[in-house]
Design a protein around this ligand. Structure first.
Ligand SMILES: C[S@@+](CC[C@H](N)C(=O)[O-])C[C@H]1O[C@@H](n2cnc3c(N)ncnc32)[C@H](O)[C@@H]1O
Length: 406
């Protein structure tokens, strides 16, 4: 009996030993393979990481970020392959301030493949109510207005100077949910432009002709009092003295301003254009305007000039003479005081394809030999986008200044 028991125990020990052996072997295999796969995954991750790093270090012609740097305590803004350098200080021909979407990523916003705002804009531009718009905005101004409205998504846009209503059309297309207040002393368009385009949306109110109210008298607050999160944008295209309009806008709680006719020093189609634009205020180095330039610089949180669609060199075949009033680019421009264009067909074949497609859709000549194509692409007024300061505190309340939410 005892012999039988010993034999059973021996067999049991043998079984345990085999099991142990099997377990150890499987465990080693598992360790070996998991180690192998872990190291393989790590290697893969490493090579992916290296590839990403390599890509990030390569700035191709398509990736043209605006570079910001500090030099002698004044920040500067410059662009690869473009001569202009903007300075963050007044008394310079090309000034910027703070940070806003135009400094950072306007090209990216427009060409982002998922949404491709530029493509959508070109379709909308093709269907604009007045294709010539003799005394009004053309492609560079319309693109700046459309992009800014779409990006800001305001609850109320006030536009001063509407003429044939082309700017109203772009504001409505860019953001269907905004209220619009449109003002113009003229009951009908100037420059024989026929009928004014009227927005059918009940979100749009007109103060025109006999009902005209100037921006300086307009009770803007009345139009957003009921709104929970008002975001107010003013589009100014009325050829009045712009800088004098600013204090009232701050008081009315306006945060965002677009200035269409932002002529440089010495240019402008009216007296006010020649004395009252931000670009001029900022560029004066002598005389009475210097103070105004400093005042304006201190009273904006940010200031940027919207880039043109293409560079002036694309018009090298055109014989159009430089206009004394300014407002148009010519191929021989030095380009030291305007931002780098959104597209660079002169440098980048991919951008050339986009430019050619735009020309095909709009029926324009890419060489700008015909006058209409030149007027379309080269009409550019350094359109300004500003974020005004927000006044807060008891004195602001005493002065009845509205503080817009951030
Ligand atoms: C360049 S046009 C505007 C173009 C228009 N924004 C467009 O879409 O093309 C200038 C307009 O400003 C108007 N204007 C003149 N003085 C004005 C004022 N104080 N307030 C508003 N508009 C004014 C003129 O009657 C004219 O229709």
């Amino acid at each position: 009996m005892q012999k039988l028991l010993r034999q059973k125990k021996k067999r049991g020990n043998k079984k345990t030993a085999i099991c142990l052996c099997f377990f150890t072997l499987s465990y080693s295999f598992a360790i070996f393979f998991s180690g192998y796969y872990t190291s393989k995954i790590l290697c893969q991750e490493e090579s992916v990481k290296k590839a990403v790093e390599k890509k990030q270090n390569t700035v191709t012609v398509q990736d043209r970020p605006a570079l910001s740097s500090i030099s002698s305590n004044v920040r500067t803004l410059s662009w690869p392959n473009w001569p202009a350098v903007a300075k963050e200080a007044p008394q310079n021909p090309f000034v910027f301030k703070g940070d806003n979407f135009i400094h950072k990523d306007v090209r990216k916003i427009l060409l982002e493949p998922r949404e491709h705002w530029l493509k959508e804009f070109i379709k909308i531009y093709k269907n604009r109510p007045d294709p010539v718009n003799m005394c009004g905005i053309r492609i560079n101004h319309a693109l700046a207005l459309y992009t800014t409205v779409r990006k800001i998504q305001p609850s109320l846009v006030v536009e001063s100077g509407i003429n044939a209503g082309v700017s109203t059309y772009f504001i409505r297309k860019a953001w269907p949910y905004t209220k619009i207040i449109s003002t113009d002393p003229e009951p009908k368009p100037i420059c024989e432009q026929g009928e004014r385009w009227i927005d059918k949306s009940n979100l749009t109110t007109y103060y025109t002709g006999d009902n005209f109210i100037d921006l300086s008298q307009l009770d803007i607050r009345k139009h957003y009092r009921e709104q929970k999160n008002p975001k107010i944008l003013v589009f100014i295209d009325d050829h009045q003295h712009l800088v004098k309009r600013i204090p009232r806008l701050v008081q009315q709680g306006v945060k965002y301003v677009i200035v269409e006719d932002n002529y440089r020093q010495g240019e402008g189609s009216t007296t006010n254009d020649r004395i009252g634009t931000p670009k001029q205020m900022f560029s004066h180095t002598r005389g009475a305007f210097v103070k105004d330039g400093h005042w304006l610089f201190q009273n904006v949180d940010s200031y940027a000039e919207f880039p043109p669609l293409i560079p002036p060199i694309m018009a090298k075949a055109s014989n159009e003479p430089r206009k004394a009033d300014g407002g148009f680019m010519v191929a021989s421009d030095k380009n030291t005081d305007i931002p780098a264009p959104i597209l660079r067909p002169d440098l980048d074949p991919e951008d050339m394809k986009i430019y050619e497609e735009i020309c095909n859709i709009l029926g324009l000549d890419k060489t700008m030999l015909d006058r209409d194509s030149y007027l379309q692409f080269m009409n550019y007024n350094q359109i300004a986008f500003m974020e005004l300061i927000t006044l807060r505190g008891p004195i602001a309340r005493e002065l009845d200044i509205v503080t817009p939410p951030q």
